[in-house]
Design a protein around this ligand. Structure first.
Ligand code: FES
Length: 520
């Protein structure tokens, strides 16, 4: 066997993700190789587009119900946010029960709590039933307030959690060495290794006869009679129903693109000099909040600390990492920053996720989005709801999360502001750009929007000096992309589409790559 054919040791293998930074989950995780599949004539019951936690949860449940299911993933399993989450499994969510109560009523808040509890139970049951080696551990969670105004908010969070039926207690301190005025303890939470978990779901799905097609980007789906025909290059996949489990549905402009704002969250995995790792899930009440937990990988414990979230395509990602590291060093004796990565999430306009039939689409097309920072639990419940809807089973949560719900009163001022912000970027990003005399002026391993001979261009110069010139116009709804110097991607500030330095789609809603430009 020559050097090229020698498999790398497990710890040197790194699965791929939608950014240049490597998350703590990627090393040592290699998805199973896709099986050969070539039939063009098979009609599947369900095509699931996207191989993250939503898609795989739905896939296993549907296959267990006797449906013939195919997953088409444009990259590899876990390539999107599931490979970049910090993998907290909670009985509470970013949208507090108080907020749900206010906008949707007390019973809806209780139903929301029940759905979340069912997601937690589902993950624990799947891990036990299928004997998954996914580092699943039960943990306690603590949320703490550092000043009077946070105290009031925490009180509201606590009281509303109790009214929603969630177990919570006041305690005198959190496991962190950060002074707190008030602390709430939520028992029976959990954490896991997200890629190992969905890798386990994939194994179950394939053992049940399901088909996984990786590197299969669905370019369009047309409906003919009762069938959906999905095209990927020369391949056509036929299915009776389709689930877009792509975090945000791709393609043309959909109402959901205006009801969800894309955000990025930043995570560090650090080792500590004094080994004082918190053995719990912990959250402060700052805006945006910080989250803490620890995880052991290959015998080494790491503190995971996240926060400094901001809207995708806004602010400076490197500054966000620096601020997060500064904050971490203020409170912990950091030995080494081993990993740093960022990940995307979508904030829904009225606080609840959108799960169900896709608005404005033909019958038989379903989607799930708007998970806020709670993708592991809401992705799991979405997988269950969508599979029940397709199988014709009742689901207690389907109405609450129906994407076609109209609740104008519940649309927050922040959501209105998000769309004003989209309009602002559409115009402002077209106006201010640096004029470059020559592409040689672009620094190595850097992207920038520049004006060259009067034309706006997205330019990337690779570490070896190769120049890539692209149109900066996002093919989704024509906003201008911005360069993300940390993840090495072009990020769209409007609805969160992201592209590689060479312009290939990393994450939707865009389906097409950035247009390549040939400059003289
Ligand atoms: Fe909608 Fe770019 S993602 S315009």
């Amino acid at each position: 066997m020559n050097e090229l054919n020698t498999p790398k040791p497990l710890h040197e293998q790194v699965s791929s993700r939608d950014g240049a930074n490597v998350s703590i989950w990627q090393p040592g995780f290699q998805p199973a190789p896709s099986k050969e599949y070539s039939s063009q004539n098979e009609v599947f019951d369900v095509l699931i587009v996207g191989g993250g936690i939503t898609g795989l949860t739905a896939a296993v449940q549907l296959q267990e119900l006797g449906k013939a299911v195919v997953i088409a993933e444009s990259h590899t399993i876990g390539y999107g946010t599931t490979g970049g989450t910090s993998a907290h499994i909670n009985t509470f969510a970013d949208t507090t029960y108080a907020e749900v109560e206010q906008d949707f009523g007390k019973e809806s808040a209780q139903l929301f709590a029940k759905a979340i509890q069912e997601a937690v139970t589902t993950i624990k049951t799947n891990a036990a039933t299928y004997r998954m080696d996914c580092d699943l551990e039960s943990k306690d969670a603590y949320v703490y307030a550092e000043d009077e105004s946070q105290w009031k908010e925490l009180d509201s969070l606590y009281e509303s959690a109790l009214r929603a039926g969630v177990e919570a207690h006041t305690v005198s301190q959190s496991p962190l060495n950060i002074p707190a005025l008030k602390v709430i303890h939520f028992p029976h939470q959990a954490q896991f290794h997200p890629l190992k978990y969905i890798g386990g779901l994939r194994k179950v799905f394939e053992a049940l006869g399901g088909v996984v097609l990786e590197h299969t980007r669905i370019e369009e789906i047309k409906q003919e009679n009762d069938l959906h025909k999905a095209r990927s290059g020369d391949q056509v996949i036929q299915a009776k129903a389709v689930i877009y489990a792509t975090h945000i549905p791709p393609g043309g402009i959909n109402a959901l693109h205006f009801l969800n704002a894309p955000y990025r969250s930043y995570v560090l995995a650090v080792t500590l000099e004094d080994e004082k790792y918190p053995d719990a899930l912990i959250y402060d009440m700052q805006e945006p909040y910080h989250y803490f937990r620890s995880h052991v990988i290959e015998g080494q414990r790491y503190l995971l600390i996240g926060g400094n979230d901001h809207k995708t395509g806004h602010d400076d990602p490197q500054a966000a990492f620096e601020a997060l590291e500064h904050y971490t060093r203020q409170h912990f004796k950091v030995k080494e920053v081993a990993y740093q990565w960022s990940s995307q999430y979508f904030v829904p306009s009225d606080g609840l996720p959108y799960i169900g039939k896709m608005p404005g689409s033909p019958a038989g097309i379903y989607t799930a989005t708007g998970y806020n920072g709670n993708g592991m639990i809401l992705g799991t419940i979405a997988g269950k709801i969508l599979s029940d809807l397709i199988a014709g089973k009742d689901n207690a949560y389907a109405d609450l999360f129906d994407p076609r719900r109209v609740k104008p009163l519940a649309i927050t001022p922040e959501a209105v502001k998000e769309n004003v912000d989209v309009a602002y970027h559409f115009i402002a990003d077209r106006l201010s750009t640096e004029e470059l005399d020559s592409l040689k002026e672009v620094p190595f391993d850097t992207g920038m929007i520049a004006k060259i001979s009067g034309k706006k261009v997205a330019v990337y110069k690779s570490p070896t000096g190769e120049i890539h010139t692209l149109s900066p116009v996002c093919p989704h709804a024509h906003c201008f992309v911005n360069w993300n110097a940390s993840e090495k991607s072009w990020d769209c500030p409007c609805h969160g589409a992201r592209f590689s330095p060479q312009g290939e789609v990393l994450t939707g809603p865009a389906r097409k790559d950035l247009e390549k430009l040939n400059l003289p």
